[in-house]
Design a protein around this ligand. Sequence first.
Ligand code: CA
Length: 229
Amino acid sequence: MPAMILIVEDEPAIQELLALNLTQGGHAVSRAGTAEAARMVMRDTLPDLILLDWMLPGVSGLEFARKLKSDTATRDIPIIMLTARGEEEDKIRGLETGADDYITKPFSPREMLARIKAVLRRRAPQTTEDVVEWGGLRLDPASHRVSADNNALELGPTEFRLLHFLMTHPERVYSRTQLLDQVWGSQVFVEDRTVDVHIRRLRSALEKTGHDRLIQTVRGAGYRFSTQA
Ligand code: CA
């Protein structure tokens, strides 16, 4: 899955440049010129990462970052601050609000993409094309292939995304609602039971090599990918 990146930047020329570079870097992009507009965009789709300008009209980037980090629905979204200021104190203030990184304007597109990649790898690994492998189970996002003990597996698109998400977030329990948000997208209105159906399909695909044991049901909580089974 390409990462969905929300650009919050009030200067049209810079917003355009960012969007162009991000699209060329293989990301999907949405844009807003103010924090208020960004809120509206996020009502439809939660981004995988936010590029947030420090100096915005109205609610400042810093203030908006603080709000996002204090809201349970948005606090896990990584934020990279864009700042025209290079002062050490500002950088520290930005990072203290929970921003993951900052980029100082003017920036080089290559540096920006590299920083985004580093943050995504750390915070949203399911959006990268890195191969993930656990105990003989191997998933390659670039070629969309999954194998178990070197046997190719046929997975449906939803099972593939589900497995990719779980494999990149091992040893953590996710509720059905969280999995729906992460794998199906917050905009999709499907029942929690849908998750169970796809988990069942995924397990049956993994059954032959015994890798189904890696996907554990945690009673009353949800599901967990665990290599300690
Ligand atoms: Ca600005």
